[in-house]
Design a protein around this ligand. Structure first.
Ligand code: ZN
Ligand code: ZN
Length: 203
């Protein structure tokens, strides 16, 4: 079994390390675990499609990609399942590993030094390997709404019965009977025939 994150590794060995060289790929990555936020995410087993372009530049490889995927979640108001198309552009520079290091230990030390110098968001290649996990995760999470809705004007659920408003009649209401009068009504017998909402007591 490969480690889950291995699906995000892309081998760039076909790309010559000469500034100006370029390669394009069309790839699908089947994500091994959900990518997104609690309420909406690209689910495990779903594909993330990438139109990938690798360009050799002096410091490393410039990675651009058009990412597309489908996220699944539920409407925050009415809890209906929703699907969301994700379309996002990624662009990241992956730096080459430091050159003069020959042994593994030297490479590790050099990489650590580079890590200390560089910003946290700088990405580095491991040999020819480009790890796409962070930019893919970031792109998807940034494209997802914090409060996903099935429609911008989703009316949500009726507070009285918990049924979706979209499934209820437009004149749906709940009779709010003041408990003090409810007792009185029982005594005197409220006139049921004049009440248009009598059938709602089933809900
Ligand atoms: Zn909704
Ligand atoms: Zn109701």
């Amino acid at each position: 079994m490969p480690r889950p994150s291995e699906v995000y590794l892309f081998n760039s060995h076909e790309l010559p390390r000469r500034a100006g060289e370029m390669k394009e790929y069309s790839i699908d990555i089947t994500v091994p675990e959900p990518v997104g936020i609690d309420v909406i995410a690209v689910l495990a087993g779903e594909d993330v499609h990438l139109e990938l372009r690798l360009e050799s530049v002096t410091e490393g490889v410039l990675v651009s990609a058009d990412l597309s995927a489908i996220a699944d979640g539920e409407c925050m108001r009415c809890l209906e399942p929703i699907e969301l198309d994700i379309d996002r552009r990624i662009q990241e520079l992956y730096r080459y590993e430091p050159q003069k290091a020959h042994t593994k230990a030297e490479r590790k030390r050099a990489r650590q030094e580079a890590d200390d110098l560089d910003d946290d968001d700088d990405l580095m290649m491991e040999g020819d390997i480009i790890n796409l996990e962070i930019p893919i995760r970031d792109a998807i999470v940034l494209d997802l709404p914090i409060n996903p809705l099935c429609a911008p004007d989703c009316p949500g659920l009726c507070a009285g019965c918990g049924v979706r408003w979209s499934a209820l009649a437009p004149d749906h209401i709940h009779e709010v009977i003041d408990p003090r009068w409810a007792g009185l009504g029982a005594v005197h017998g409220l006139d049921q025939d004049d009440e248009p909402n009598g059938n709602l007591s089933q809900m």
